[in-house]
Design a protein around this ligand. Structure first.
Ligand SMILES: [Ca+2]
Length: 272
């Protein structure tokens, strides 16, 4: 299955999509570098990048290596790009509370309580993409033998959507699999980066895969064995939104019992 799918409405448009933005040496530029470094308001994602920015802006920084790998394609190795992105990074309004206390030989963990941020910044076409506001406006559909939940831990210890194959695999798995979907708030006629993180509990021949549909069209699949199991992995799909709105649908074509698949940190951000 392809790891990267690229859909554009016209070949003519493709010439312009990946052109780098011109960025000055100082100031805040709302460009692809910023969006790559801070793709969501997820506290988990934000905290790691905020930590990078804290070290980066502590002094005049001229480093050309050691940048967050997820932003290297968009930001390159010019310190000014990172300085710009760090100078206008998002203000996070939600926090997670989590505590672990050790008393002698016993350890007590407290399940975090999400503080809801119902809509992301930066023109994100996905709402509640980090599942920190429970499930809505996502719609989850089970089939015989499957269940779902918003569970902890998610990606980097917050919440995630969890699909579970708990019973015999249904004969309708191929034709009408369990799914997770929502209507998107896309601006028409521009290209987008769809990013999300997936977790498969194991890599086996029969574990199966997750299929992504945009407006009913299959645009991407990720296999249980694509990137290893038992950890969250990045996925990137570039697509062109011909119209405003739209619908995204994750389908769980899982053929093993028991099996667990998680999805977290879903975002759809304009490329420019
Ligand atoms: Ca999450």
């Amino acid at each position: 299955m392809g790891k990267l799918a690229t859909l554009y409405g016209t070949a003519a448009l493709a010439c312009c999509i990946f052109g780098g933005n011109l960025v000055g040496a100082t100031g805040c530029n709302a460009d692809n570098c910023l969006r790559a470094l801070f793709p969501t308001q997820s506290p988990a994602v934000y905290s790691s990048d905020a930590a990078f920015c804290a070290t980066f802006t502590a002094s005049v920084d001229t480093r050309t290596t050691g940048f967050p790998s997820k932003a290297s394609a968009a930001c390159g190795s010019a310190p000014a790009r990172y300085s710009s992105a760090c100078s206008c990074r998002p203000t996070i309004s939600s926090t997670l509370t989590s505590s672990t206390t050790s008393t002698g030989s016993s350890t007590t963990s407290t399940t975090p309580t999400p503080t809801c941020t119902p809509y992301s910044n930066y023109n994100d076409g996905v709402r509640n993409g980090n599942f920190e506001c429970d499930l809505a406006p996502w719609v989850a559909e089970d089939i015989p033998g499957t269940t779902h939940s918003v569970s902890f831990p998610g990606d980097a210890s917050n919440f995630a959507f969890e699909f579970d194959q708990v019973g015999p695999v249904s004969s309708q798995t191929n034709s009408h699999p369990a799914s997770l979907s929502q209507d998107l708030a896309l601006v028409g006629n521009i290209p987008y980066n769809l990013r999300f993180r997936t977790y498969f509990d194991k890599c086996t021949q029969s574990e199966g895969f997750v299929r992504v549909r945009l407006n009913g069209q299959s645009i991407y699949t990720v296999n249980a064995c694509n990137d290893g199991s038992s950890t969250f992995k990045d996925n990137l799909v570039q697509f062109y939104a011909p119209l405003s709105g739209g619908n995204i649908r994750f389908e769980f074509l899982i053929f093993e019992t028991p099996a667990t698949v998680k999805i977290d940190n879903v975002s759809a951000i304009p490329l420019h």
